[in-house]
Design a protein. Sequence first.
Length: 455
Amino acid sequence: MSFSFGIKIFIMKKNLYSLSILLMCLVALPLESTQAQCTQWLNPTDSTGWTDFNSDFGGAPCADSTGCPFYEINLFEVWASEAYSIDNFIEGGMYAFSMCNGAGAGSWVPEFTIISPSGTIDAFGPGDGDSCTITWTASESGTYLIVINEAGECGGGPNTNTDNGFPAITCLGNANCATTCEAGTLTTTGSISLCSDDATFDVEATGVEIPSNGQHGWLFDNNTGGTGALDGPFILLNTADTATYNSDLNGILSSNGLPVFAGRWVVKSVTYSDPSDAFGTVCSVSNDSLVVAFASEGPTIDMVQNNSDGSATVVVSGGLPPYSYLWSDPDMQTDSTAVNLDADTYTVTVTDANGCTATGSTTVTATYRIEELKELTLLPNPTSGIFQVQLTLTTPQPVRIHVLDITGRQIYRSEVQSGSSNFEFDMSTHPPGVYLLKIAIGNEILTRRLVVAPQ
């Protein structure tokens, strides 16, 4: 190979990386050499090293569960008076740089200088006695310069373009790869309800870092009352960090003879290092979670009834009781019957115990205003004992008062014919909650709410 062609190959195959060398920080010679340390070289410059190990392998090797890899560049061979800049050395790690393979290996005797990130020299000399390898222990973490000169020819000599083996680096001990394991942060948090068999939910985690030979998974935990699937927490293995599932985990449960999800399950992101023992090697679990309530059906509104007395009642079936109610009137009433409504259209939202909802509406066409009623007083309200209804009429009328619980069951009934009346009821034996008063004056009816407070 001609000199000019050799230079072309040399320049094409090696990458340049600038690294200033602190020549004032040199330390004493290692025991294996009594020669003056050589801190001079020519290529790629007199203060930088080739970065092919960084671009090809990501820097110095580290040991994982399979051992330490042997990184060798076989596109070109080492020439005298050059340096290699290699990142990611680990303090305390034992490393070996070699140039033993290749057609030109052994063509001249090398002398090595190992320069640490701070500029001190970790090792210097002919190496391990095989004329092609030097072993040393890194005193620092970071980027090292590996300088190779021809013995006795510091910074030059006749073999600056003579091949002498493929450059290679490996680790021999105490250079374990850093364990990377992070389950990430869930972006899909809070609570969600799936109210049909074909409904789906999304899970996503950002910042997931999977350890070497490990995987990412989703942890499903039924500690909030979930049923179906497996009896207890389990991990769905080898998943992406973004996924969409239904109550059958997209067919995974049924294909394994397992029932679909029901009730409330907590979902978290996990990473683990050994797929054959995922639970035993979990190394990270997300702090946040998604709570999914699974239901085959939600509530159904059978009817929203205009009671023609300034009130409206919703009738519900299906889903999982108990139900909660929210009306669209100014008071945002929360009972199955909304009272004291003006003529208007009202919407009610019903939510069952799974968080599934249904919405219905009705139009209240008339609110009865009783002309004969001059004054009406309800006191005390709320009450935990005696409750009085005091009313005054412009003309004597038959008066009937019914006290109903929230289910419509009658608790008290009282009737009198008078122009003014005082009705008294004892609520001390009845449980706290909301009750309804239906007051009939003649042929007209009005409704009021009564709140019984805890004693």
